[in-house]
Design a protein around this ligand. Structure first.
Ligand code: XUL
Ligand code: CO
Length: 436
């Protein structure tokens, strides 16, 4: 069989002393950390759209990357070659999962029937490659935002015909995800949002979005798909205001529309920072509301205000991410999907390997750091100490609902000015540096 990445062999773990750029220095798939292997904890996935379909174009210029699998005369041949190349890449990298949008893997035909036929053909190939390699589908999704029919959104489009078209697409994408044994299905809001309230009936659009998701929940049941549904928050881009703004607004929306039992969140690092939150903030909020599902691992750029989708290399982020995930029992059936693309000037296929190796090593270090932080218990101890006042006396009586305002007034009149304690932020930050 043709090799699409002949320069690169299977990536092995060689340890921190290695200077081989095509080896892992920290990610050792079978190494056990806190009772599970690194592979079981981290559940890395490669995303199809950035890794194989993003060829470096930006708003100012076209593609910069030349790939042998794109060099075929017809679009379906390109799609087949790309799928072969993708599974070679997954296998050489040693990731166990992948993620895709329907339109990443097969080009649209002249009408929906032809488009679906093309998808089925490529899914046949994907299924046999999954069987040959053991690589599994973390989640599937729909691209209902690139085609011009979706210029004003999919389920929130003012046109019911566009709503119906999007439904057909999600129906089919759920079917193929199910067929490929997908462990989840993601709804990212695409163009579900608005540019100006002057032309937008927000109440109606939100009702339609919820109605659409209820139809998806019904269809999930109908076809017996038992994967996890995810909503992926993002505050802006492509619309000025995306309805799934952040974890908090998604939570409120899911509660309002009686959907909260059917969804978890897929938290993306760069979407968190676009919402002016930190990535750990979004993870923690999701976790404490039972919504921590999966992660789109990437990072933004402090100096650029858009979704740069860079590969994650920040050890503070990976450490704090894994600290939250480990303390919440891990994230199966979710995982760490590299929703990231290499920079426009990184034009070689080798760069795809460097990027993923770096991201996997960064998360492996984050995992080990977090495991050590948990074992040492220093941070947990500091937080426990800070809130110790709630364990006994007046604190316990407030928490258990035994006192009213009048009781609290009496208490303060008796005890006087509250005693204050330091937040010790600098000390805790110094302590964190010792783990990085
Ligand atoms: C867009 C984004 C998407 C979703 C899948 O910003 O993150 O790639 O992850 O549709
Ligand atoms: Co994403």
């Amino acid at each position: 069989m043709k090799e699409w990445f002949p320069n690169v062999q299977k990536i092995a773990y060689e340890g921190p002393e290695s200077d081989n750029p095509f080896a892992f220095k920290h990610y050792n798939a079978d190494e056990v950390v806190m009772g599970r292997t690194m592979a079981e904890h981290l559940r890395f996935a490669v995303c199809y759209w950035h890794t194989f379909k993003n060829l470096g174009s930006d708003p100012f210029g076209g593609d910069t990357m030349i790939r042998s699998y794109n060099d075929a005369r017809n679009e379906m041949k390109v799609a087949e070659n790309t799928m072969q190349a993708a599974f070679e890449f997954f296998t050489k990298l040693g990731v166990h999962f992948w993620c895709f949008h329907d339109r990443d893997i097969a080009p649209e035909g002249d009408d929906l029937a032809e488009t679906n036929k093309r998808l089925d053909k490529i899914v046949d190939l994907a299924e046999s490659l999954q069987n040959d390699t053991g690589v599994k589908l973390l989640w599937g999704t729909t691209n209902a935002f690139t085609h011009r029919r979706f210029l004003a959104g999919a389920s929130t489009n003012p046109s019911p015909d566009v709503f119906a078209y999007a439904a057909c697409q999600v129906k089919k994408a759920m079917e193929i995800t199910h067929r490929l044994g997908g462990q989840g299905y993601t709804f990212w809001g695409g163009r579900e949002g608005y540019e100006t309230l002057l032309n937008t009936d927000m109440a109606r659009e939100l009702d339609h979005l919820a109605g659409f998701l209820h139809l998806a929940v019904d269809y999930k049941e109908e076809i017996g798909f038992d994967g996890q549904f995810y909503i992926e928050p993002k505050p802006k881009e492509p619309t000025k205001h995306q309805y799934d703004f952040d974890a908090g607004s998604c939570h409120a929306f899911l509660q309002n529309y009686d959907l909260v039992d059917h969804f978890k969140l897929n938290i993306e690092a760069n979407h968190a920072t676009l919402a002016a939150h930190t990535f750990p903030h979004e993870l923690e909020y999701a976790a404490l509301n039972g919504l921590l599902g999966s992660v789109d691992a990437n990072r933004g750029d402090m100096l650029l205000g858009w979704d740069t989708d860079q590969f994650p290399t920040d050890l503070y982020d990976t450490t704090l991410t894994m600290y939250i995930i480990l303390r919440n029992g891990g994230f199966s059936p979710g995982g760490l999907n590299f929703d990231a693309h290499i920079r426009r000037q990184s034009i070689d296929p080798d760069d795809l390997f460097h990027a993923h190796i770096g991201g996997m090593d960064a998360f492996a270090r984050g995992l080990k750091n977090a495991a050590k932080m948990i074992a040492d218990g220093k941070f947990e101890g500091a937080v426990r100490k800070r809130y110790a006042g709630w364990e006994t006396g007046i604190g316990a009586r407030i928490e258990t609902g035994q006192v009213g305002f009048a009781d609290l007034e009496k208490y303060i009149l008796e005890t006087g000015e509250p005693e204050l304690q330091s937040g010790r932020q600098e000390l805790l930050e110094n302590m964190l540096n010792e783990y990085i």
